[in-house]
Design a protein. Structure first.
Length: 81
């Protein structure tokens, strides 16, 4: 079989963002630097599970609102136990 250069040429136009198989998830608790506490941990798990179960999604991008991505576990919430 011969190699068809035209069929394998790189794309020259920008892809349509609506066609990209990406799920963007944003941690939205900026007042606590997106610390995982309260319901954020469970909400994140639910969102990742739903996105990973969607056959149209190939990439999950995780971002954080505000000035910090994620401070980790919410120590104040743990101290309240």
């Amino acid at each position: 079989m011969a190699f068809d250069a035209a069929a394998h040429a790189p794309r020259t136009e920008d892809p349509d963002p609506d066609d990209l198989p990406v799920s963007a998830l944003t941690l939205n608790r900026p007042e606590r630097l997106n610390a995982l506490g309260d319901t954020l941990r469970e909400d994140l798990l639910d969102a990742v599970t739903r996105s990973s179960g969607d056959p149209a999604v190939r990439v999950i991008v995780l971002t954080g609102a505000g000035k910090g991505f994620c401070a980790g576990g919410d120590v104040k919430a743990l101290a309240a136990w």
